[in-house]
Design a protein around this ligand. Structure first.
Ligand SMILES: [Cu+2]
Length: 640
């Protein structure tokens, strides 16, 4: 039997305007039909990922990208057989279909349906029910389960299976916040192919924390405050940007907006005054490792590679998620049968006032001028289990680009054992939130005034007293060129103000110096897992703040193509193993950033947004302040 019902008209010829436009519903269906015809979709084959296979950069830049290709990760849920498929829509054929060996290649991402099925599987297991009964929990209908990707820890019985490890929570009523009531000490290991619990680890018992965390309940949160008066954002003449299909233009900026089930929002062809800056920007991976070494040592998620960030994107609402004159773009992803699913208003585009751009009151000529900064905001939000992440890209009038992640939602919890427990914070009576990290990986395919770029590491320091520095006040820059991939694994250094400058090796400014953009990192800790930890091999990208690789169309994901239960070594730092020349080449920067989250009581029961990110600033990209032409903000402000 083949599961390929396609409604008449649904395969109408898809005509995307640009080779990098996201795959359309019609394209997904057309690709699905090609796979079905090739016999790849016999039930119970499911789509673990389905998205656009972007054409190589050279083809796009030379206008040679005529084909549209789609890539699908297929899994036979009955056998676990996994196939990585690429189809050509132009040729209507399967281009490649590679069978994975899970022991070396890893497993397909978690399916949407796995999430739902696991609860039923766990609730039916006698050993797990017995563990619950020992804790006085007899009504399993009140127990909710959180399936957690398994990782790889060299335990043969685990590693050979497609599996998840499951932690559980009590939900006292339909609206109770289950995360407030973790059942600690016990985990069920579920084989997703046999659909059975094959192991229950039960190490200790602690009381299930009782206090309600239901922040929707007035008894928990208290009455709403009444002292906030309205803030209205009005743009009587409309916003200053234009959105034409997926092409966005605002002031000196232009770019294309993309969206992918795995990476979420992607930005392409970012240019300023017609000068290219970034060919493609995205956050292709992130890892959230937890620091509790007890029975839950395996708790670490790769939210993009294992759970597919884009699939879980929110539909945004005016007046709630976004204020002002908003333009929305829908995102088209697919369900596990490969059929399109539209997420309405997934991407938000708007413009914000951002305070002062520049200001000066001159003591000599008495000029008193103020200009206001604005930024263009392109964003989306996704919910992965307990956490919610907002991915925001900002573009400013003065050429600055910022990426900001807003982490919010509900922290993952455990029971607080009392005493001095260094691995977690008590956030409610008997309730703990373990210390953890959120490490994001930005992939920045740079094109600063063209493809020929290089990276300089710039440190600053004071100099010791000496013949040229008799009073010891000298401050100098130390510039180190990163010439080969093998030298590109770098750490930030806040004490030395370390930045990385991406220079054009072909274009100079009026001072004869290379035009450039500078990456300002936040200098937070990188991966804190031990170098010998199994996780470190799988999250190699997170061991440094910066990597620079020569562009390779196959290098898309920081932890490799197949992250779930991958034994390690894929992605970075493997991408640099060829040690290619990166000086004056077509290069890609990979930047690791994000907080090490030591939970606070104030983060419970729902966490106020925690921000992290990085900044890219033009550095000699312009010959002077590029915003002298910005007019005074309103008639009553001083004018020149
Ligand atoms: Cu956190």
């Amino acid at each position: 039997m083949t599961d390929t019902a396609v409604c008449p008209g649904e395969t109408a010829s898809p005509q995307p305007a640009h080779p990098l436009d996201p795959a359309t519903a019609a394209e997904y269906l057309a690709g699905r039909e090609i796979m079905a015809t090739a016999g790849l979709l016999a039930v119970p084959v499911r789509f673990a990922y389905y998205g656009l296979e972007e054409p190589p950069k050279d083809d796009v830049l030379t206008g040679q990208a005529s084909d549209r290709r789609l890539r699908a990760f297929l899994i036979d849920t009955g056998t676990g057989e996994s196939t990585d498929v690429v189809v050509s829509l132009a040729d209507r054929k399967v281009v490649s279909a590679r069978r994975l060996d899970p022991r070396t290649d890893g497993q397909m991402p978690i399916l949407d349906s796995d999430y739902h099925d696991v609860e039923e599987i766990v609730r039916a297991d006698p050993a797990w029910r017995a563990a619950m009964a020992r804790r006085g929990l007899h009504d399993v209908s009140k127990i909710r389960t959180a399936p957690i990707t398994a990782g790889v820890f060299g335990v043969a019985d685990d590693d050979r299976r497609r599996m998840v490890r499951v932690l559980a929570f009590v939900q006292e009523g339909e609206h109770d916040l289950a995360w407030a009531h973790p059942i600690d000490g016990v985990a069920a290991y579920v084989d997703l192919v046999s659909r059975k619990v094959f192991k229950v680890t039960d190490e200790f018992e602690l009381p299930v924390p009782a206090e309600s965390g239901d922040y929707d309940d007035e008894a928990v949160r208290g009455p709403h405050r009444t002292t906030l008066r309205p803030i209205e954002i009005t743009q009587p003449e409309g916003p200053s940007f234009t959105l034409d299909g997926h092409t966005l233009s605002w002031q000196d900026w232009s770019m294309r907006i993309g969206f992918d089930a795995r990476e979420g929002l992607t930005l392409h062809h970012i240019s300023l005054r017609g000068r290219p800056v970034i060919y493609r920007a995205s956050i292709p991976e992130m890892v959230v490792p937890y620091g509790d070494p007890r029975f839950r040592y395996w708790q670490a998620y790769f939210d993009a590679g294992e759970y597919l960030c884009g699939t879980w994107a929110s539909s945004l609402e005016l007046g709630c998620d976004c204020l002002g004159e908003i333009a929305y773009l829908d995102a088209t992803v697919t369900d596990v049968t490969g059929r399109p699913k539209v997420i309405k208003n997934a991407i938000c585009v708007h413009e914000e006032d951002f305070g002062i751009l520049w200001k000066h009151t001159d003591i000599f000529n008495h000029s008193a001028q103020t200009r206001r900064q604005r930024r263009l905001v392109v964003s989306y939000f996704t919910t992965i289990g307990n956490y919610d992440y907002g991915f925001y890209w900002y573009f400013y009038l003065d050429g600055i680009i910022e990426c900001e992640i807003k982490a919010t939602g509900v922290m993952f919890t455990s029971a607080y054992p009392g005493g001095d427990h260094p691995y977690s914070t008590e956030v409610a009576p008997g309730l703990a939130a373990p210390v953890h990290q959120h490490l994001f990986s930005a992939r920045l395919d740079m094109t600063v005034d063209g493809l020929a770029n290089a990276v300089e590491e710039v440190d600053v320091s004071g100099l010791p007293v000496g013949p040229d520095n008799p009073y010891g006040n000298a401050i100098v820059q130390h510039v180190t060129r990163l010439t080969r991939e093998s030298h590109s694994g770098r750490r930030a250094d806040g004490a030395r103000g370390r930045t990385w400058r991406i220079i054009s090796t072909e274009h100079q400014n009026r001072f004869g110096r290379p035009v450039s953009y500078t990456l300002y990192p936040e200098s937070a800790p990188v991966l804190l897992a031990d170098p010998a930890a199994p996780l470190t091999a799988r999250a190699g990208f997170a061991t440094n703040h910066l990597w620079v690789t020569r562009y390779d169309p196959a290098h898309r994901y920081s932890a490799g193509d197949f992250v779930n239960q991958h034994p390690g070594g894929a992605g970075l730092p493997g991408f640099i193993a060829g040690d290619q020349d990166i000086d004056g080449a077509d290069i890609v920067l990979w930047h690791t950033f994000g907080p090490t989250h030591v939970p606070r009581p104030e983060d419970w029961p729902v966490m106020p947004v925690a921000r992290c990110g990085f900044t890219l600033k033009p550095t000699g990209f312009f010959d002077r302040n590029p915003t002298l032409d910005v007019p005074p903000p309103s008639p009553h402000c001083p004018a020149d």
